[in-house]
Each structure stands twice: as structure tokens, then as C-alpha cells.
Design a protein around this ligand. Structure first.
Ligand code: 7TS
Length: 426
């Protein structure tokens, strides 16, 4: 029988550096940014979909495969011990990154989507009965909506939604207390809307839910890596995010679960790694988090993610947040000044993206023409189809920023948008 290694307690969070980084120099850490697309310097404004990777992350992956690659928690040979130590060190680093109380509260998954599906399966089946309500917001990404629809169909629970105000896409919280009343069992909410840039007051929402005994889940796909995150200050029961949006590799994600809740959750997938002892007719499972990680996990993913978290904290997430917001406000003001632009999301306090439509121009045409100028945007429903319908639109064009983007790039983007407007005005 194999016993899981002891979980190290997370060290205290690193102190933020005082000085703002030199963002122009930071760009040199990202080899991919130094290229031409259609004969123009690449401007990468699709960071909400996935971020680029700094050399430190690429190197960490290379080092692992060149020196330490082996399966985890199995062998007692040197390479397996090294791989296991690195895998578990990454878990402790995630706990520190989001200020969880212990590494045992951190489960590795494939990404935000899988983290939410894990909760829907493991928590949902154990806790919901016909007539119960799952409360969501009208801002949710499909990955924080479809798993709950499936769960509702299987359990007889139903969904309810906190409404948004209109194009500014802020939550209308006037009826929240009524919406949170029994038989609501779970409130799952997005922290930052990927299609609108709205920043939800998750600590307040979780506090109000907790007062009524409602379990909470925060979809932090767009906030982790863009701002400091503290799960204890937020007071949520679950929080999910993806490594690939925060400079880490694809295929690795995180589910934070409060220890008291994880302790009592049944497994969601069965297989190797998650067991203490197996007989032909019954199995004894490991404790969390290993109970929820069946089979050989993504091992290089956490190691790459570890390097990404170190990289982001060396820059300082407060600085990243400030930089992203400044770029988004600048882009918003300049788009508004162009005229004939419909802008979505809050006017103030928005996260690092702008979502817009040019009058009489389809979002896909904007994105196609921008691509010819070397600018990577995204056009479409951004996996928020019900929200688009609610606003009476099919799609928007979106520019989403990260710390390696610059004001000069926003200026060039505005110039290209002006050319697109002229082209369609002919
Ligand atoms: N939740 C939010 C708020 C998201 O923005 C995304 C991905 C997800 C969940 C799902 O993350 P995944 O890593 O499991 O796929 N958002 C986007 C986007 O805005 N454009 O492409 C993916």
C-alpha cells in the first residue's frame, strides 16, 4: 500500500515588490511576442482566451522532461521521488498563491471547466434533491452553466439567475436576498466576466450566501493571475481557475475546496492513485486532495504552473491588476471617442478587457480585418450565449489585455479600428 506524502503547509504569501515593473522589458521574456503576422508586428489581444508563456515556464517544462520525468506517488526510485516532490511542491505553491489554509485544499484538474464539473458531480450528487435551487448569474461562461444544467436534469433541482442591468453588465443585486432564500443550496458566480469585463463583488456575495447556509463557488478563470486572490478573504467554499490563462501550460487547472467540505465529498472518478486499498467488491479511498485525482495526473502541468506563479509574483499581482485596468480604461475611452461604437461592460472599475460592436459591422469582420493588421482579437459569443441573447446581440468583438501589452499597442489597435470603420462606411 502506498501512503501519500505529507502535505507541506503553504509558506506565507510573498511580499509585493514596491516598484512597478518595466513592462517593456518584461515583453522580452515572451519569445512568441517577437514576430510578424501578415507582415505586421503581432499585437496579442486575446489573453482572456489564453495567455502567452514566459521563458521561465517553457524552461521549467524542458528541465522536467530532460532531468526528472517519472510517474508520481508510485516509484521509490530517485526520479519518481523528484517528480513527486515537484508535483506536491506545486500544490503547496498554489495554496500560497490563493492563500488557502493548506495544500490539502488544492486539487489539480484539467482546467476551470473540469474543476466545476468535479463539484457538480461530487458535491452536487451528494447534496441536491428534487426542488433544490442552484443560483447562478446571467454573466456565466458556459462552463459555469452547462454542468449545472446537467446536474439539475439528473437530480430534479432547478436553476435561478441573478440578473444583469443591461449593456453595462453589472449584477442587479437588489433582489439578491430573496434569490438566496431556501431552497437555494449553491451559489456559483463568475469573478470577472470574460465577455464584459465586469468585476463581481465576490467577497460580499459569498458572505451573504454563507449567512443563509448556501455553499459558494467562484469561477476565477479571469481573475487568477490578474489580481491578488485570497480565498479566505473571499470566503468561498470552492474556487476554480485554469493554468493556461495565467502564463502556465494548457491542460492544468485548480479546484480549491474548503477542507471541511472536501473531507465529506465522495470521489467523482475512480482508478489508480486515489485509493488506499482495493478489494474486488469495495475500495477505501485516500483523503482529499488525492481522492479526487484518479489515474496518472498531468505532472509537467503543475511544474509549469509553479514557474508561472513564481513569475507573476515576482512582477507583483497588484501591479499587473493596475496595468491591465489602465490599458482597458484607455482603450474604452478611445473607442468611445471614435463614435458609432457600442461598448459593453461597466464604464468604471472594469477588468482588463474591452467588448464592443461597431455599428453595422459584424464582430467577425472586425476580427478578420484586425488580424490582417497583425492584431489578435476575439469575436463571437465568448461562450456566453444566454448573456448575448439577454443583451439582444449575437456577438461582440473583444480585446483582452495582459501585463505585456502596451499603450502603443492600444494606439495601433484604435488606428486599425478607425480604418475598419472607414472601410465599412464607403
Ligand atoms: N470561466 C470563465 C470566466 C472563462 O473565461 C473561461 C474561458 C472558462 C471558465 C473556461 O476555462 P477553461 O480553461 O476550462 O476552458 N474563457 C475563454 C474565453 O473568454 N475565450 O476563450 C476561452
Amino acid at each position: 500500500m502506498h501512503v501519500a506524502p505529507a502535505q507541506p503547509a503553504p509558506p506565507p504569501a510573498p511580499r509585493t515588490r514596491a516598484a512597478r515593473p518595466d513592462w517593456e522589458r518584461v515583453r522580452a521574456d515572451f519569445p512568441i511576442l517577437d514576430q510578424q503576422v501578415h507582415g505586421q508586428p503581432l499585437i496579442y489581444f486575446d489573453n482572456a482566451a489564453t495567455s502567452q508563456k514566459p521563458r521561465a515556464v517553457i524552461e521549467a517544462l524542458r528541465r522536467f522532461y530532460e532531468r526528472d520525468n517519472a510517474n508520481v506517488h508510485r516509484g521509490i526510485h530517485e526520479l519518481s521521488n523528484r517528480a513527486t516532490a515537484a508535483y506536491e511542491a506545486a500544490r503547496a505553491r498554489v495554496a500560497q498563491f490563493i492563500r488557502a489554509r493548506s495544500a490539502e485544499e488544492i486539487i489539480f484538474t484539467r482546467g476551470t471547466t473540469e474543476s466545476i464539473n468535479l463539484v457538480a458531480h461530487a458535491w452536487g450528487h451528494a447534496n441536491l434533491k428534487p426542488g433544490d435551487v442552484i443560483l447562478l448569474t446571467e454573466l456565466e461562461h458556459h462552463s459555469n452553466l452547462v454542468p449545472w444544467q446537467l446536474l439539475a436534469q439528473r437530480t430534479g433541482a432547478r436553476l435561478a439567475f441573478v440578473p444583469v442591468t443591461g449593456d453595462e453588465a453589472e449584477l442587479d443585486l437588489s433582489k439578491l436576498d430573496a434569490l438566496l432564500s431556501p431552497p437555494v443550496k449553491l451559489f456559483a458566480m463568475v469573478h470577472i466576466s470574460n465577455s464584459m469585463g465586469t468585476v463581481n463583488p465576490v467577497a460580499d456575495l459569498c458572505a451573504r450566501a454563507r449567512q443563509r447556509g448556501v455553499v459558494t463557488l467562484v469561477d476565477a478563470a479571469q481573475s487568477a493571475g490578474h489580481m491578488p486572490l485570497d480565498v479566505q478573504a473571499i470566503g468561498c467554499d470552492f474556487l476554480a481557475f485554469s493554468g493556461h490563462k495565467i502564463c502556465g501550460p494548457t491542460g492544468i487547472g485548480v479546484l480549491y475546496g474548503r477542507a471541511e467540505i472536501l473531507e465529506n465529498l465522495p470521489p467523482w472518478q475512480g482508478g489508480g492513485e486515489m485509493i488506499l486499498s482495493v478489494q474486488y467488491h469495495r475500495t477505501e479511498f485516500k483523503k482529499p486532495p488525492h481522492r479526487f485525482e484518479a489515474g496518472t495526473p498531468d505532472i509537467s502541468g503543475p511544474i509549469g504552473l509553479h514557474a508561472a506563479m513564481d513569475y507573476l509574483d515576482a512582477l507583483g499581482r497588484e501591479h499587473i491588476w493596475q496595468h491591465d485596468q489602465e490599458l482597458a480604461h484607455y482603450a474604452y475611452e478611445r473607442l468611445a471617442a471614435l463614435g458609432n461604437v457600442r461598448l459593453f461592460g461597466p464604464k468604471v472599475g472594469r477588468a482588463g478587457l474591452v467588448s464592443f460592436l461597431l455599428n453595422d459591422v459584424h464582430a467577425h469582420d472586425v476580427v478578420t480585418l484586425a488580424d490582417r493588421a497583425g492584431i489578435a482579437l476575439r469575436g463571437g459569443h465568448h461562450c456566453t450565449q444566454p448573456l448575448m441573447r439577454r443583451l439582444g446581440i449575437e456577438s461582440t468583438a473583444r480585446a483582452s489585455f495582459y501585463f505585456y501589452n502596451t499603450r502603443a499597442e492600444v494606439d495601433r489597435f484604435i488606428e486599425v479600428i478607425r480604418e475598419i470603420q472607414k472601410f465599412f462606411a464607403r
